[in-house]
Design a protein around this ligand. Structure first.
Ligand SMILES: O=C(O)CCC(=O)C(=O)O
Ligand SMILES: [Fe+2]
Length: 282
């Protein structure tokens, strides 16, 4: 491993990586970048010169890539791994979420680059789900530790699968996605590399908590969401062209501000294959 020049954005969460060109990074630097990703949870690099090919190449050096998304096609035929969020095609992410938690195996992480930016606005915010878990009161941690939640992708992507893909999505975890059945995940996820616990529910995809009343589910989720998104747990990125963000999807949630009116904003994302989330031992 080589030492990367990391500028912290908060005591434990978020760093700007200086002095690293992602096009020419050495194998050692890529290993260090991956380690920094787990440690700092979200990383930003300025002035990068990635195109779709180079973004895919970078992703393959860090891990194994997934399809662009379980149901949304790639940006073009040559890049089935690249997910384009285009504001002129309803590509928004103005709900707090962790990527693709509606599948059994959500991505390990994501790599996002800005392609077209509005004159201002369109910042993205990340929340540190581990810091948020750690700062819950111990009895609330104990409650959350025991809970399981349902995540439902049909709410957000059911229409897309049916109407724009004719019911035939992409291959995900070895199977072509033809339906978005709800999945269950622990409310508290134990990070497979660090063992740290984090809040693993999100308003984008979590529908309810298992085994409690609707009223209890709503109240518990609202409590966890309000706590997860406290300003102390957030870093906010103001994009410039050439910026690349990488995040650990096992320990963060994110939200893209939709405050730029009818201006166009396009972002290209790839995701790294992840594992099945594990909760705390009973
Ligand atoms: O547009 C953004 O800044 C983030 C979009 C998003 O949620 C994602 O790329 O996963
Ligand atoms: Fe996202």
């Amino acid at each position: 491993m080589t030492d990367l020049e990391l500028e912290p954005l908060g005591p434990a969460f978020g760093s700007i990586v200086h002095g690293l060109d992602l096009l020419t990074a050495s194998d050692d630097e890529v290993v260090s970048l991956r380690a920094a990703l787990v440690d700092r949870k979200v990383l930003f690099l300025r002035d990068q010169k990635l195109d779709d090919d180079a973004q895919v190449d970078l992703g393959r050096r860090i891990g194994e890539l997934t399809a662009s998304h379980p149901v949304v096609g790639g940006v073009d035929a040559a890049h089935p791994e690249v997910y384009a969020l285009d504001s002129t095609d309803n590509g928004f992410a103005d709900v707090w979420h962790t990527d693709v938690t509606f599948m059994k195996r959500p991505p390990l992480g994501s790599i996002l680059r800005s392609v077209v930016l509005p004159p201002s606005g369109g910042d993205t915010n990340w929340a540190d789900s581990q810091l948020a878990y750690d700062s819950l009161a111990a009895p609330v941690q104990r409650l959350a530790d025991q809970l399981t939640a349902v995540h439902d992708g049909a709410r957000e992507f059911g229409y897309y699968l049916a109407q724009r893909r004719g019911g035939q999505g992409n291959e995900w975890d070895g199977e072509v996605v033809t339906r978005l059945d709800p999945v269950e995940h622990p409310v508290v996820r134990v990070h497979p590399e660090t063992g740290r616990k984090g809040i693993f529910v999100n308003p984008g995809f979590t529908s309810h908590i298992v085994g409690v009343s609707d009223f209890e589910s709503r109240a518990i989720l609202d409590l966890l969401y309000a706590h997860l998104t406290k300003p102390e747990h957030i870093v906010r990125h103001r994009w410039k062209l050439g910026d690349v963000a990488l995040w650990d999807n096992r320990s963060t949630a994110h939200y893209a501000n939709r405050d730029y009116g009818t201006d166009r904003r396009v972002m290209h994302r790839i995701t790294l294959r992840g594992d099945i989330p594990a909760g705390p031992p009973n």
